[in-house]
Design a binder for this molecule. Structure first.
Ligand code: ZN
Length: 270
């Protein structure tokens, strides 16, 4: 599943290229997770001003309204002046003066939704409950710690829920907790300010490095140029059950929390 770094890597791979492009025509194939909300033909003639990201949503700012694009479980975008003929899993396409933007999504949990603006009820429903952006100044150590204090669930679950901070998906939660030396089953409310400070730094570090590496290829992810990410090659614990910890040499363990696999080092994480 594309997580925040993959979505950000996707954004960076085509944002500059499409900025200023006029939409010549738009095409919608099989239904996606949610309806577009306007007749697809109405997108023609609009100009794409910029591409932003909020959580795992890409926001294409148009000269009137915006498109919210989600990659779901298996979505990926291509942006190029020429693309091969559409295949059975291509479900949305914008032909613009600067190239074709195409969404491929075999499982169709992705979505393209039009909204009049970010205050539009449709946009608020999708974006309104998202936690702060981990790589922005809004992600503040003291408020992060204060919010952890009010959660009794395991820290791994609290990170995954995305209510305190968005984008810490399954891979990145295991990695950040390893870097911070925090056992994944620790109750969030019991984490001291010193440990919360380490975790805050670890979340930022892991996500920033993952964006830089172009995301992870664990789910056959590639960006809008068809390039794969390399993040998983340097994972400290994720998907390394039984292998030696890269710090202490002890065996990495795998447990299941909320039906998701968690990897950790019992010696390095307390
Ligand atoms: Zn270790």
């Amino acid at each position: 599943m594309p997580e925040l770094p993959e979505v950000e890597a996707t954004r960076q791979s085509f944002a500059d290229g499409i900025a200023g492009a006029r939409i010549v025509s738009a095409w919608l194939g099989k239904p996606l997770r949610w309806p577009l909300g306007v007749p697809v033909a109405e997108l023609a003639g609009r100009t794409v001003r910029s591409v932003r990201r909020r959580g795992k949503y890409l926001l294409l700012d148009l000269d009137r309204g915006l498109l919210l694009l989600h990659l779901g479980m298996s979505g990926s975008l291509s942006f190029a002046t020429v693309l091969p003929a559409r295949g059975p899993h291509d479900h949305f396409e914008l032909a613009t003066t600067r190239g074709l933007l195409r969404l491929n999504d075999p499982r169709r949990f992705g979505a393209v939704v039009w909204a009049a603006g970010e205050d539009d009820p449709v946009a608020r429903k999708l974006l309104g409950s998202l936690g702060v952006e981990p790589l922005s100044d809004a992600f503040d150590v003291l408020s992060f710690h204060a919010q952890l204090k009010s959660r009794k669930a395991a820290i791994k679950q609290v990170l995954l829920a995305g209510e305190l901070v968005v984008g810490v998906g399954n891979i990145y939660a295991s990695e950040a907790l390893f870097l911070a030396g925090i056992h994944p089953t620790t109750r969030a409310s019991r984490i001291s300010l010193a440990r919360a400070t380490r975790l805050h730094a670890a979340v930022r570090d892991v996500l920033a490095r993952a964006v830089q590496k172009g995301g992870s290829t664990l789910r056959d992810f590639s960006n809008a140029f068809g390039e794969s990410g390399y993040f998983q090659l340097e994972a400290m614990v994720y998907d390394r059950a039984g292998q030696p910890c890269r710090v202490c040499g002890g065996a990495v363990r795998r447990i299941v929390q909320g039906q998701r696999a968690t990897y950790y080092c019992p010696a390095c994480q307390k």
